[in-house]
Design a protein around this ligand. Structure first.
Ligand code: ADP
Ligand code: MG
Length: 682
């Protein structure tokens, strides 16, 4: 059986009976996808047990209830706009069944006893009960009912038939893709049985059913990653070796030795660079751990080997900073390429990259535009990767034949996300900070005490300290935030005069650059800023960070912002100002920041507090979401799937065995077949 037999599942929702464009749109919204298969995997979030009887007396408004009642009286409408009311009682109290249209007269004769299911309101009325059956025939009454996640305008009764049809489109007799022994041990039914049991239940489904499907989904993901890993292994790269002379010169110019942690990471990277296959390495380095220097060393190795290297940063601010840092220590020509580099300078840089006279390029996404050509790009470094989409990442790699890739992030990626979304990359961790750094003292202050905070800042300024003042995040839009930052700036200028600078995203690049340069040089001592300084900004002399309305920022973001201080040998401080009405979660976030500076711990916690939310902005990056599994709560299954996938691919990397062929169906079902196809074509 080949995967095309699953094609009926990949038709659009409108292919289902009774589903028109309008309904399909609503369904697509609820299912996060507009194909039959998306509906198929749109599982109920819970089930109603209709065998449980409620008493009218105890029923809560809005509750789904099943009542066993005697019909007392029928009150017919005076006009067509009024409803028919059927009064009922179960001895504990009275209720009305309300019908605005035709009502099932035959089932509701006064004096009979009936089972009624529906939603009861605060006036003890059930409008259009979903189920009515004679009390003597409970078998006519559905014993369980699915509660699917819905969206405004979409009701369960819309979904019932289309889902039944979708389940019916799943071919009978699909081969089993799991080992017999596993199924037995876990007491898992077949895929079709599990799906039926969850989507069209006749009894409350056992937890094994959902676990089986969650495992299916996780296994598909792990097999896909295993396939990509294997492709990377064979993908040719070029061995890059060097004699270390350029590195030694750069380190001498830098003035410090590598830290032990940097040395260790570099050791991994060197081994990758020297190997004849393409490097795909993710460097997770906590804020302030010194990733830039590691990147520089790696790039110089490429240059020692006679080739070129490039580093791409998410913002021009950061690219310029890297350019300054690297130019100061580089023994070979480096150049900046960003949107604002134009005219003659741009031509000079493009020529230099094309003829190979410029060895190291530093830039923004301007680096990956058409018309930028390298003579021989051997290493592409991507800084703060989570700001880039997958495509931009791939594009930089493609600027060089077989270019090695080093991806760096300061936002630690939670363990489970690494496994599920970065599994094909080798991972290095850079933790700790260069020697001589003291822990940052973090304190929290109510906004109502801002006066004392300003006094403290005033004393610090008098002692020559350099202070960042980050303004509240009013909205996600820089325009609205602008008002807040300008008001605060005016206020602080009134107090501290020309010691105060201003940096935000709406300024011209050159103005913002100048503000930052003034601050770095000490011309200004207090920099009022928005989150434009969040990522990567490096002014080692800065030692105080004030964040207004800290409760509005995410944990990872606060960690990043705080990481702008504590980069020199002086004692640094971080003051978090909060509004008194902050939520409990916000309170927990701030408490955690007081406790720890460990970015890996903060990331795990962040992930938990957000319920596995969008820590890294992966939603924009086009990574697939999970339909059934939750890698956090199903972590045990995830590890099992990882081992299972490895064992399978060890034996059958081309998926040609009987199980391998069944696994292809699994890949198709969960949208991972591309991993297999590209493997075969490339
Ligand atoms: P991040 O990992 O956050 O990008 P940076 O690369 O900006 O960190 O480095 C943080 C600071 O530590 C910078 O001021 C940098 O110059 C300094 N630094 C990096 N490596 C060393 C080292 N081996 N010895 C001393 N200072 C270092
Ligand atoms: Mg950095």
């Amino acid at each position: 059986m080949e995967t095309y037999q699953l094609d009926p599942l990949f038709a659009e929702l409108t292919a289902l009976r009774g589903v028109g464009d309008a309904l399909a749109k609503l369904m697509a919204k609820a299912c996060a996808g507009n194909r039959v298969v998306d509906l198929l995997f749109h599982l109920p979030e819970s089930y109603l047990d209709r065998r449980e009887r409620s008493l009218i007396r105890d029923a809560l408004a809005g509750q789904m209830v099943t009542l066993e009642v005697d019909v007392i009286r029928i009150e017919r409408p005076q006009s067509s706009r009024q409803p028919t009311k059927v009064s009922v009682t179960d001895g504990s109290g009275f209720a009305d069944l309300v019908f605005f249209r035709a009502f099932p007269e035959a089932k509701l004769r006064p004096g009979t006893r009936v089972l009624v299911g529906g939603k009861i309101d605060d006036r003890r009325q059930i409008a259009h009960p979903e189920h009515i059956a004679p009390a003597g025939q409970p078998e006519k009454f559905p014993s369980v009912e699915q509660v699917w996640p819905l969206t405004a305008g979409l009701f369960a009764w819309h979904l019932r038939k289309p889902i039944a049809e979708a389940v019916g489109r799943m071919p009978e007799g699909v081969p089993e893709w799991h080992d017999e022994a596993l199924l037995k041990r876990e007491r898992w039914p077949s895929f079709n049985e599990a799906l039926r049991g969850l989507q069209l239940p006749t009894a409350l489904p056992a937890p094994e059913l959902r676990r089986r499907l969650a495992y299916d989904e996780l296994l598909a993901g792990q097999v896909a990653i295993g396939l990509m890993k294997r492709r990377n292994r064979v993908r040719p790269g070029r061995p890059l070796q060097g004699d270390g002379t350029l590195r030694a010169k750069a380190l001498a110019a830098f003035g410090y030795d590598l830290t032990d942690a940097q040395r260790e990471v570099l050791h991994d990277i060197d081994a990758d660079l020297a190997a004849p296959r393409r490097m795909m390495r993710l460097l997770q380095g906590d804020v302030g751990s010194g990733k830039t220097l590691v990147a520089m060393m790696a790039m110089l190795r490429a240059v020692e080997a006679g080739a070129q290297a490039a580093i791409m940063a998410p913002t021009e601010l950061l690219a310029r900073q890297h350019a300054r840092t690297l130019a100061a220590i580089s023994p070979v020509p480096v150049a900046l390429l960003a949107g604002s580099v134009t005219g003659k300078e741009r031509t000079r840089v493009l020529d230099g990259l094309a003829d190979g006279s410029i060895k190291i390029a530093i830039g923004t996404h301007a680096l990956v535009q058409d018309g930028v050509a390298f003579q021989d790009l051997a290493l592409a470094v991507i800084d703060e990767q989570h700001r880039f989409g997958v495509n931009q990442r791939l594009m930089l790699g493609q600027k060089g034949e077989q270019a090695d890739m080093l991806v760096m992030t300061a936002t630690p990626i939670p363990r489970t996300m690494l496994l599920t979304q970065w599994g094909e990359m080798q991972v290095s961790r850079l933790s700790g900070k260069p020697a001589g750094r003291q822990p940052i003292r973090t304190t929290t202050h109510s906004l109502s005490t801002i006066g004392t905070v300003i006094e403290a800042v005033s004393r610090a300024l008098a002692q020559g300290a350099r202070v960042y003042w980050v303004c509240p995040l009013v909205s996600e839009s820089e325009t609205t935030d602008l008002a807040a930052v300008e008001a605060r700036f005016a206020h602080l200028v009134e107090r501290f005069g020309d010691k105060v600078g201003l940096a935000h995203g709406r300024q011209d690049t050159s103005v913002r650059e100048a503000a930052l340069a003034d601050f770095a040089a000490g011309t200004t001592q207090l920099l009022v800023a928005t989150t434009v300084i969040e990522v990567g900004v490096d002014v080692p002399a800065a030692s105080v960070m004030v964040i207004e309305q800290a409760e509005r920022f995410g944990l990872a973001q606060l960690h990043q912002l705080r990481g702008r201080v504590g980069r020199g040998s002086a004692q640094s401080f971080c003051l978090l100002l909060y509004a008194d009405d902050m939520t409990e979660t916000a309170r927990k976030r701030l408490a955690l920041l007081r406790q720890t500076e460990d970015g890996f711990r903060i990331a795990d916690e962040d992930f938990r507090l957000r319920g596995g939310g969008d820590v890294l902005g992966t939603r924009q990056s086009g990574l697939p979401g999970w339909k059934i599994a939750d890698p956090e709560t199903d972590e045990g299954l995830l590890h099992m799937a990882g081992r299972d996938a490895e064992a399978l691919l060890e034996r059958d990397a081309k998926l040609t065995s009987e199980r391998g062929r069944a696994i292809r169906l699994l890949l198709r079902l969960f949208d991972r077949i591309e991993a297999f196809r590209t493997l075969n074509s490339g």
